[in-house]
Design a protein around this ligand. Structure first.
Ligand SMILES: [Fe+2]
Length: 503
């Protein structure tokens, strides 16, 4: 086997394809704070096999989960692939069986009834389960201690949608989980299924809607009383899929929509607010204020993914695609279907995160990867070609931007905010972030003080290995991990999934 000579498989993005444990990661600067107790999990695509069709999109690799366990001023690393049904089928065959991204018409007939989800986009800790997520399929449960796969999770059959978003939100007031599936009745359908699960992980509310067209619905906004579905014209069409087109194509001639739904209301209708085409991937936060809904996202004028081409054949425009943290505002007291859009940060950025104790609520701080205007074009970009050389903290109250430059020939991956134990103030905690060191072809993990972002890191952990660009991440507290360690049923369930298979 050999991976094709394509940039997406070269340099820092060369497939990692290793599963490893590193005890006591080397600390080359500063010291790991003793009050940092818990584990940081992140996931990203890492293909098990070269692409069946000779090429692929970078977002279609098999999900590889990394775990950094912090305890007593030490950190330990673990890396495991998620054993999805796709991964197992291909490993047992010893070859790739799935074709183009989300295109069953290109798959090997041997996997006609096998789910092609890769579980490569996000990891979620909720209801005592660690779930690896991909928006085209059901979550896959993994063991938070061993990272062994327990298996696909359908909420005991209550998840009737064929899909579940990789960007669910936890309501910090109740611990409930708010999520949805798009293409909920199958590929390229325009059905949206909305769910809420209680703090124990039981689905307690379900409501279905239809979108004006079938398109990527990657993330959404959740406030105390509303959901906002941002629908951009990165459209999908079953016939075009059969004809061999990519799953998504950018159609700037269609409008964009913000779909607003009242939460937990069995009679709720979806109200679509409409505007000219824009594109955004991720939500920083959403909140209500004086009869208005605000949704903060990095927004560009065009689709940011070069591998989902314009439907009319126009060339990808990287300048139009550059995203800036911006705020959509909807006035619920107005009969108008308009909304406004205002820029909140003048440096392009993506991968926004917050102190999740303020999720769904009015908030002050947003953390985001930033792309400088002056950059070394020889450095590899992220999945979209953006090159993140700084981390930023946007203060929505003062408008101030504080930044941290991660070093020459380096780029950041998505940061995660970890609250300082027993703290109550928003933004009091640590920012953990993986940094690509291109000159050394190696990864560092930085621990930053989120309130002193411009200062040198609290600690720099030097990994003896390279972690190619990942996507999203989560944190589990030491207390929750101790409880998980005591839960032996998870090991029995893991064994039931993998019994008899040498995977
Ligand atoms: Fe995402």
């Amino acid at each position: 086997m050999k991976f094709p000579d394509l940039p997406m498989y070269a340099g820092f993005q060369r497939p990692g394809r290793f599963e490893a444990d590193v005890r006591d990661i080397e600390v080359v600067q500063g010291a790991i704070p003793h009050d940092l107790d818990g584990a940081f999990y992140r996931v990203g695509p890492d293909p098990q096999f070269p692409p069946l069709l000779g090429t692929d999109i970078p977002l279609n690799g098999d999900g590889m989960v990394s775990m950094f366990r912090f305890e007593n001023g030490r950190a330990h690393f673990r890396n495991r692939w998620v054993r999805t049904p796709k991964f197992i089928a291909e490993r047992e065959a010893g070859e790739p069986l799935f074709g183009a991204y989300r295109n069953p018409f290109t798959d090997d007939p041997r996997v006609a009834n096998v789910c092609g989800g890769t579980a490569n986009t996000n990891v979620l800790w909720h209801g005592g389960k660690l779930l690896a997520l991909k928006e085209d399929s059901h979550p896959v449960e993994i063991d938070p201690i061993t990272l062994d796969t327990i298996g696909p999770w359908s909420y005991d059959g209550a998840l009737t949608s064929e899909t579940a978003t990789a960007h669910p939100k936890i309501d910090p007031r109740t611990g409930s989980l708010v999520f949805f599936g798009y293409a909920a009745r199958g590929e390229a359908t325009n059905d949206i299924a909305y769910y809420e699960a209680d703090a124990s992980g039981n689905i307690v509310f379900e409501k279905w809607f239809e979108a004006p067209y079938s398109a990527m619905l990657h993330d959404f906004g959740v406030t105390e009383n509303y959901l906002i579905f941002p629908l951009f014209p990165l459209v999908s069409d079953l016939q075009r899929l059969k004809d061999g087109h990519p799953y998504f194509e950018w159609n700037p001639e269609k409008p964009m929509y913000l779909g607003v739904v009242r939460r937990r209301d069995p009679e709720a209708k979806i109200n679509w607010y409409v505007g000219p085409a824009r594109f955004a991937s991720h939500t920083m936060n959403a909140f209500e204020q004086d009869g208005k809904l605000h949704v903060d996202m990095p927004v560009g004028d065009a689709c940011v993914f070069p591998f989902f081409p314009e439907i009319n054949g126009a060339d990808f425009d990287p300048d139009a695609a550059v995203p800036y943290v911006s705020r959509w505002t909807i006035d619920l007291t107005s009969p108008s279907t308009d909304f406004s859009l205002n820029r909140l940060c003048d440096i392009p950025g993506e991968f926004p995160r917050i102190d999740e104790r303020s999720s769904t609520l009015g908030y002050r701080y947003g953390f985001v990867c930033l792309q400088e205007t002056v950059q070394d074009p020889t450095l590899p970009g992220s999945f979209t070609g953006l090159r993140f050389s700084k981390l930023g903290r946007v203060d929505h109250r003062t408008g101030e931007l504080t930044t941290h430059y991660v070093g020459d020939a380096s780029a950041t991956q998505e940061p995660i905010f970890v609250p300082r134990p027993n703290s109550v103030d928003e933004g009091d905690g640590y920012l953990l972030v993986l940094v690509n060191r291109y000159a050394e072809m190696r990864s560092d993990l930085l621990i930053l003080d989120a309130q002193r972002l411009d200062e040198e890191p609290v600690a720099t952990l030097a990994l003896p290995l390279r972690l190619r660009n990942g996507l999203h991440s989560t944190w589990i507290s030491g207390e929750d991990l101790t409880a998980a360690e005591a839960d032996h049923s998870r090991l029995e369930r893991t064994h039931a999934h993998t019994a008899g298979r040498n995977l």
